[in-house]
Unconditional design. Structure first.
Length: 252
């Protein structure tokens, strides 16, 4: 009983800490100077990135377009344009921009992963997975866990459920504290009724400092299934207070 209560306290404390930190997270990257001899698009790419980090999407789009106009051969310009379009929900334009980036720099795994992810989002699952796998084939790729997460999501969208969990576990092998994979695996464990595993994964997720409406709702549901009604109510109240307008509040 003591061990059980201790685990519950750790879970709640970690989630509460994550809640307190989430509202303080901020920061915008400083604009980098363009070294001599680099593309004239680079300054606009840096500006677009800065506005994107600030959430000023319209301004970011304008700067990204300026980057492409300054140097249509720059893969970075097309890549940042694709990211902005993706944030704006224009997946077709994002797909085209990422394709342009890959055409100009086919060995860049970030570009191939981004193109693959948007292909999957547009329903082109086989083509998308091929691009993601091409990114993962680079042994030096630093963003492999992101690509594996995209592969898991693409497999889920394609109805290939047996492939989802292996991709997520591979992502955790690359980065044991990768929040999206921890949350997704916790959700899968909850869906199959393995509530203890779901809690363990959720506890690991909370220790990363990440927090989201989805995570709070899932944590509350896990605790209810385990018979911890008081903790579940605390998590639900945190969800209502922190994210009062989120769709997850309606599901409570």
């Amino acid at each position: 009983m003591i061990r059980r209560r201790s685990a519950l306290v750790r879970t709640l404390s970690a989630l509460a800490l994550a809640l307190s930190l989430a509202g303080c997270a901020s920061g915008v990257g400083k604009r980098a100077e363009v070294p001599e001899g680099e593309s004239p698009a680079d300054l606009y790419v840096d500006l677009a990135t800065e506005y994107l980090q600030r959430g000023q999407l319209d301004t970011a789009l304008g700067r990204a377009k300026q980057a492409v106009a300054a140097d249509r051969k720059s893969p970075r310009a097309h890549y940042i344009l694709g990211i902005v379009y993706q944030r704006l929900g224009d997946r077709q334009s994002a797909q085209q921009a990422f394709a342009e980036a890959v055409e100009r720099s086919p060995k860049n795994p970030d570009y191939r992963n981004a193109w693959g992810a948007v292909l999957c989002a547009n329903g082109q699952f086989d083509a998308g997975l091929r691009e993601i796998q091409a990114a993962l084939a680079d042994p030096l790729y630093q963003g492999a866990e992101v690509a594996l997460m995209n592969a898991a999501d693409c497999s889920r969208r394609a109805g290939r459920r047996a492939d989802v969990e292996p991709y997520l576990r591979q992502a955790l092998e690359r980065n044991p504290g990768f929040p999206p994979a921890l949350l997704a695996l916790s959700r899968l464990a909850h869906q199959r009724g393995d509530y203890q595993s779901a809690r363990s994964l959720m506890t690991r997720y909370s220790r990363t400092g990440e927090v989201s409406p989805e995570a709070l709702l899932l944590a509350a549901r896990i605790e209810r299934q385990l018979g911890n009604a008081k903790l579940a109510r605390t998590l639900e109240e945190a969800l209502r207070k922190r994210y009062p307008h989120s769709p997850e509040v309606i599901e409570l």
